[in-house]
Design a protein around this ligand. Structure first.
Ligand code: FES
Length: 224
């Protein structure tokens, strides 16, 4: 059966797939992550937003197993197809997810009570979901000590808390057209910053706070 796509109005074929044993009908080519979430099957995720056309696949938390594929794949990049069989919580997938989140936790400060995002932080929720402590046991903490940018009247930017998910970079470019926030430096030094590491107040940032709205942790916070 064909149904009009919500976005483009073009008729799309409906297909059947199975996720964790549950039979689901979905639009052919829809992204597996959204199909699962819309059908009440939680797959951890951090770096994607519904409005993104291309998934950055940066956090690696949404790994799943698909029959016929030799390796786990990211649900945010996979399109659903007829007869697809997906398993979201196999021991292998859970192990990889735990590793991915341990790495994020190791590079994130853990003074949560003093953070403006405490209790609404996605990293806290994910750690809780995966039954992980926010202080890594196995990994040496990798927290950087970068200066906090308090220059902007509306926005506070603490890049020590940044998980490099890239949501703010995307929203700053695609939503506001400004492209003020960007990835800078390389390797372990990679961070989100501004051109030439200028303070936000000197960049033409309008203070729309879209970046703070999509930041999963307390790296970008409204001052109010
Ligand atoms: S949500 Fe899929 S890799 Fe981040």
């Amino acid at each position: 059966m064909c149904v009009p796509c919500e976005l483009c109005g073009v008729n799309k074929e409906k297909i059947s797939l199975t996720i964790d044993g549950k039979m689901i009908r979905a639009e052919e080519g829809a992204r597996l992550l959204w199909v699962a979430l819309d059908n009440g099957i939680y797959i951890p995720n951090l770096c994607i937003l519904r409005s993104m056309e291309m998934a950055p696949a940066a956090c690696r938390l949404c790994l799943v197993e698909i029959d016929g594929k030799s390796e786990p794949v990211t649900a945010c990049t996979e399109e659903v197809f007829e007869g697809m069989t997906v398993r979201t919580a196999t021991p292998g997938v859970l192990r990889l997810r735990r590793r991915a989140i341990e790495l994020l936790v190791a590079s994130h400060p853990t003074n949560c009570p003093s953070c403006g995002k405490n209790r609404s932080c996605q990293l806290q929720s994910l750690a809780r979901h995966l039954k992980l402590k926010l202080k890594p046991d196995r990994l040496r903490p990798l927290v950087q000590e970068l200066p906090i940018d308090r220059s902007h009247p509306a926005l506070l930017f603490d890049s020590n808390k940044c998980l490099l998910c890239g949501r703010c970079v995307w929203v700053c470019k695609e939503r506001t057209g400004l492209g003020i926030l960007q990835f800078t430096h390389r390797g372990f030094e990679t961070r989100v910053s501004t051109f030439m590491d200028k303070p936000l107040a000197e960049t033409g940032c309008t203070g729309c706070l879209e970046c703070a709205r999509v930041c999963p942790v307390g790296a970008l916070l409204p001052k109010q």
